[in-house]
Design a protein around this ligand. Structure first.
Ligand SMILES: Cc1ncc(COP(=O)(O)O)c(C=O)c1O
Length: 395
């Protein structure tokens, strides 16, 4: 075998805990173990039939060719209309870039705007991509702590304190993965003021905008003066249970849209044509499957939160969005990592440690409740016994 030489930058590119734990859980399953999956980052529902039918029809009609790099005119128009309606802003289709999932928009943007040495304020704990890509391009991720005492929301004082002359981008994610927290309209106003004052760009990851249990989703893009400095990211993976289809988009000022499109053109050429057709149906077709999914998630959230809070040594806030809980297990394991491993190997429950999302996730676990009520209840029973056994082991 030749000695492969890799670019130094590759060592700065991270991985994702969810995929790693899934691989380990699958190995255990191959050995005959029964595992309850709490690590999953995708809805356990099927894509609604109306969406599948449109994609099938598109295939039959020969919609199987390249499209413009930023998406078809029809897809961009449908997204512009949807984002205008749901965010209360006016979006021109030319400001929309359609991509294979929400991830590529974020990667494209960071590649397009960052220089080595620039700083990016990334919520912490958070989705690993933000820090990983920032580091990969040679810029510096600066953790913006989301503290449990502050309901895992951004504290404007932290934001002010961490901005330096090198800060270029602030990443926001509401509703939030892994904490399920949301930024309130007041938080957004306070953040917008600081961002404007320091001339920053905001990457607003709103992929969970429809998986919300109270109130209406608010986007920072809707605030005065924020449109021109916000890249709003959303997609179809979570809302329409379409993770495997790979369809997402960004809405941003024209010059940024052109830059991100240029990156995308080089990487993907375009997003799959029949998938774009399906996306139009998702946005314009019936929405009852989304409402039913969110109602079911809410029911499960309550079961999981109540179940976790009933376990000695575990406390858990009630999330307002997404499909994750982020319980505090520091009374059982100050770090959270050993308990997460114990749960997988000894109790057959696959969870992620909070530190898989950054150092401020210490002492926590992330559980996804995108699983059947029956499995969730069995998982909770296993966690309760494991908590007792794990503590006894340390005693
Ligand atoms: C916060 C967040 N942003 C973006 C994504 C990626 O979504 P997509 O499947 O559209 O690339 C995820 C998926 O888990 C996520 O949790």
């Amino acid at each position: 075998m030749p000695a492969y030489r890799f670019a130094q930058s590759l060592s700065r590119l991270g991985t994702e805990g969810a995929f790693e734990v899934l691989a380990r859980a699958r190995e255990l399953e191959a050995q005959g173990r029964h595992i309850i999956h709490f690590q999953i980052g995708e809805p356990d529902f099927d894509t609604p039939d109306n969406i599948k039918e449109v994609a099938t029809r598109a295939l039959r009609e020969g919609d199987t060719h390249y499209t413009p790099a930023a998406g078809t005119a029809a897809t961009r128009a449908a997204i512009a209309e949807y984002v205008s309606r749901t965010r209360g802003i006016v979006v021109d289709p030319a400001e929309v870039v359609v991509t294979p999932g929400a991830k590529p928009v974020m990667v494209g943007l960071l590649l397009a705007v960052l220089e080595p040495g620039d700083e990016v304020l990334c919520p912490n704990p958070a989705y690993p991509l933000y820090e990983s890509i920032t580091s990969w391009v040679g810029a510096t991720p600066v953790p913006l702590p989301l503290r449990e005492q502050n309901a895992f929301r951004v504290d404007p004082d932290d934001l002010r304190r961490l901005i330096t002359p090198k800060t270029r981008v602030l990443v926001l994610n509401s509703p939030h993965n892994p904490c399920g927290s949301i930024l309130t309209p007041e938080d957004l106003v306070a953040i917008a003021e600081i961002v404007t004052q320091h001339d920053l760009l905001v990457l607003s990851d709103e992929i969970y905008s429809r998986i919300l249990y109270e109130g209406e989703h608010a986007s920072i893009a809707a605030l005065d003066g924020m449109r021109e400095r916000t890249v709003l990211v959303d997609g179809f993976s979570k809302t329409y249970a379409m993770t495997g289809w790979r369809l997402g988009y960004g809405v941003m000022p024209r010059p940024l849209a052109d830059a991100v499109t240029r990156v995308m053109l080089n990487v993907n050429s375009c997003t799959a044509s029949m998938v774009q057709r399906a996306g139009i149906e998702a946005l314009r077709g019936p929405q009852d499957a989304v409402s039913a999914m969110v109602a079911e998630f809410r029911r499960r959230r309550d079961v999981v939160v109540d179940g976790l809070n009933a376990i000695e040594g575990i406390t858990c806030l009630r999330p307002q969005g997404a499909f994750y809980v982020f319980p505090n297990v520091s009374a059982i394991d100050p770090d959270g990592k050993s308990f997460a491993e114990y749960l997988l190997y000894e109790a057959g429950v696959a969870v992620l440690s909070g530190t898989a999302f950054g150092r401020y996730g210490r002492g926590h676990l992330r559980l996804s409740y995108a699983n059947s009520l029956e499995n969730l209840q069995e998982g909770l029973r296993r966690i309760a016994s494991a908590a007792v056994a794990f503590r006894a082991r340390g005693a």
